[in-house]
Design a protein around this ligand. Structure first.
Ligand code: C2O
Ligand code: CU
Length: 463
């Protein structure tokens, strides 16, 4: 009977995936076009070369060798993928930042059943927005993501301006011991603070990789922080770097990258103007804390193309509805610490602690008995989340299914960024406006996975 129900849910998920006849929600399903050939994403346990000390065992990935593939989609065109679970533990795929039908969102219980060992699940949707996104499991996340299962998505727009080169960087850490093998994924005392950091830092699963780029050319550098814990402060040394998009959306006004702080789950697109001299080195650095760290380098090759970033046309905005601020209803959201413990009957990898809460309720986000939704929203109405962080730590808060606009902050001047993840500082209050234009239950949670799994998760329901 369980199998039948699972199959049934899968079948209806595929039927509903293109969102035919769903009114507003159907926008995220796109046109009723022929389903494309699905891309197979099979999960596997592999070995990988992450540090000189030796080959790391028990690395988890999609595909059979190395880093999960960069998945390419086209804005407004149907995409399909079959997740095949080749591991021992249940899993799902969440398509972070992509506005899609609820059944395709990859959240166990809320949107789909677990995908057990040997089982599969078919995802199909049409991405409405172009930009840099990413994919990862939403079950057993600390282990599965910590051991490698974080991949990048590029949604292409045929109208994008031409660059001379594109480089995609998957930025993340690994918790490895001196022998190159995985150590405990977290320390509870750190989970109750800023989270447990990795020991080995990589870009595309390599330590400080170097890429070649045309001298005097414009490079589109797409970065995604897929780490489970680390917050980065980006700087580019040796070239002018212009911020063109954050979290998959073009910025309202381009600016020169000076120092930009982004957290787990966030993406950054830069136009890097390579130096004219052949052989010159450009460094991408993280200078958070006292210890500046080179993440990757670009080397100028060939004779100069003499490009000018001011000639670069702007990116087309994504079709994200703007909230009607005057009519919007407010949703208070308070992030706090808690000591209250919850029983956790999830098979999605409970950490066994509860340290955090959303509006005083701690919930790990993947239990068969979800808490009540944070708010019930009406399809098509505008809302403003009044989010306040009363903890002494910074949290990247991610909302599934809908993109919001950052309206104001109590502590800093903000551009009206469109995003799916907001990095809220201690004692900050921020207003996030959005239109509830996508039906279903949508989780929102801290993307420091230990925070998520120890209580900093909730969801909104759109009906
Ligand atoms: Cu990228 Cu709910 O996650
Ligand atoms: Cu957090």
């Amino acid at each position: 009977p369980i199998l039948t129900r699972r199959n049934l849910l899968q079948a209806s998920a595929v039927a509903g995936a293109y969102g035919v006849g769903l009114g507003i929600a159907g926008r995220f399903g796109g046109k009723a076009m022929a389903a494309p050939e699905p891309q197979v994403l099979k999960t596997a346990k592999i070995q990988a070369n992450l540090m000189d000390a030796g080959v790391t065992k028990d690395v988890l990935t999609y595909g059979d060798a190395g880093m999960p593939p960069v998945v390419r989609m086209k804005k407004g065109e149907p995409f399909a993928a079959r997740l095949i679970n080749g591991m021992d533990d249940p899993t799902t795929i969440h398509w972070h930042g992509i506005r899609l039908p609820n059944k395709m969102d990859g959240v166990p219980f809320l949107t789909q059943p677990y995908v057990y060992a040997g089982d599969h699940f078919d995802y199909a949707f049409t991405p409405p927005d172009a930009g840099t996104f990413w994919y990862h499991p939403h079950c057993n996340t600390l282990i599965q993501m910590g051991h490698g299962m974080t991949g990048i998505i590029v949604v292409e727009n045929p109208k994008d301006p031409a660059f001379d080169s594109e480089i995609v960087l998957n930025l993340r850490d690994w918790r490895l011991g001196g022998d190159g093998q995985f150590i405990a994924p977290f320390r509870p005392r750190d989970s109750a603070k800023s989270g447990t950091y990795g020991t080995v830092r990589t870009a595309n699963w390599q330590q400080q990789p170097q890429y070649e780029a045309p001298s005097g050319g414009l490079v589109r550098l797409r970065l995604a922080i897929t780490d489970v814990t680390r917050i980065y402060s980006f700087r580019v040394d040796g070239a002018e770097a212009t911020v063109i998009a954050i979290d998959g959306n073009p910025v309202p006004q381009r600016f020169t990258l000076d120092l930009l702080q982004l957290g787990p789950g966030q993406r950054l697109e830069l136009a890097v103007r390579m130096p004219d001299d052949e052989g010159a080195i450009v460094k991408l650095e993280d200078i958070r804390g006292t210890d500046p760290k080179v993440l990757a380098t670009l080397r100028s090759v060939g004779s100069s193309l003499k490009r000018d970033v001011r000639d670069l046309p702007s990116l087309e905005d994504n079709p994200v509805a703007k909230a009607d601020i005057r009519a919007a209803e407010h949703i208070p959201l308070i992030l706090s610490a808690t000591a209250e413990n919850t029983a956790d009957n999830s098979i999605c990898g409970s950490l066994g602690y509860s340290f955090w809460a959303v509006n005083k309720v701690p919930w790990p986000g993947d239990t068969p008995d979800p808490t009540a939704p944070l708010a019930e929203l009406k399809l098509g109405r505008s809302y403003i989340i009044d989010m306040e962080n009363v903890t002494p730590h910074t949290h990247p808060i991610h909302l599934h299914g809908m993109s919001f606009t950052v309206l104001s902050s109590s502590t800093r001047q903000v551009q009206p960024f469109v995003s799916d993840t907001y990095l809220i500082q201690p004692d900050e209050k921020v207003q996030l406006g959005f239109v509830a234009d996508n039906l279903g239950d949508w989780v929102l949670h801290c993307h420091i996975i230990e925070h998520q799994k120890t209580g900093m998760t909730s969801y909104v329901r759109v009906t």
